[in-house]
Design a protein around this ligand. Sequence first.
Ligand code: MF3
Ligand code: CO
Length: 237
Amino acid sequence: MAQACSIVAETLYALRSYVRPGISTREVERFAESEITGRGAIPAFKGYRGYPASICTSVNNQVVHGIPSQLRLREGDIISIDLGVFLDGFYGDGAVTLPVGKISALAEKLLRVTEESLYIGIEQAKHGNRVSDISSAIQRYVEANGFSVVRAFVGHGIGSSLHEEPQVPNFGLPGQGPRLKKGMTIAIEPMVNAGSHEVLILDDGWTAVTLDGNLSAHFEHTVVITGGDARILTKVD
Ligand code: MF3
Ligand code: CO
C-alpha cells in the first residue's frame, strides 16, 4: 500500500506544475494516467462501478466525481483531482484541489480550510479513538470557518479493495463508530462547500455539484493507524 500510495502522491505532486489555464481536464487525465502507468501501476477508478475515466476532475462548483472532458481550465478556476492507484494487489487513494492561475480570496480560503481540515482529521486518526472523532473534528473546524461539509459522500477503509469498511464521514458527534486500531488503513477525504452542504448529481450519473452553485473543494489522504500519529501514505517526501 505504501508503494501504491507513493505513486498517488508523486502523480498529484507532478500535476501541480502541469495544471494551468488552457489545459483541458482530459489532458489532465492523460498526464496523470502516464505518470501512474509509467510507474508500473494501474489507475484504479477506470471501470470502477462503471466510472468512465482514469481520474476524477471536479472544477469549481463540482464537488467530486467530475468526468474529464474537453473543458479547458481558465484562470481563477479551482480543480479537484482525485486518483486511485492499484499496485500488486493493493490500493492507494488521494486528492488535492489546485488553483488555476490566480484565484479569488474566497477560493484561496476554501482550499486552505479544506486542506487544514484534512490534517485536523488525521490528528484524530489514532489507535483507540473512534471513527467519528475524525468526523467531528473535521466538521467543527470547517463550520468554525464559515463553510459546510458534504454529507452525501464519505471517506472509507482501503486496502485490497478501493472501498472497505469503515465509512469515514466528515460530520457527526465524537465517540461513535468503530474503534481505530493499529494497522488499519483508511482514506480521509473532506469535501467542503463554500455555501450549503447539499449536492446534486448531474445527468451523467457521476458528477456531483453544489446545489446552490457555490465553490467546493476536496483533499484526501490514505493513512495507516499506528501506536502514535497516523502515518500519511499519500505524501511526497
Ligand atoms: N476517490 C473516490 C473515493 O475516494 C473514488 C472515486 S469513485 C470512482 O471514494 F468511481 F470515481 F472511481
Ligand atoms: Co477515497
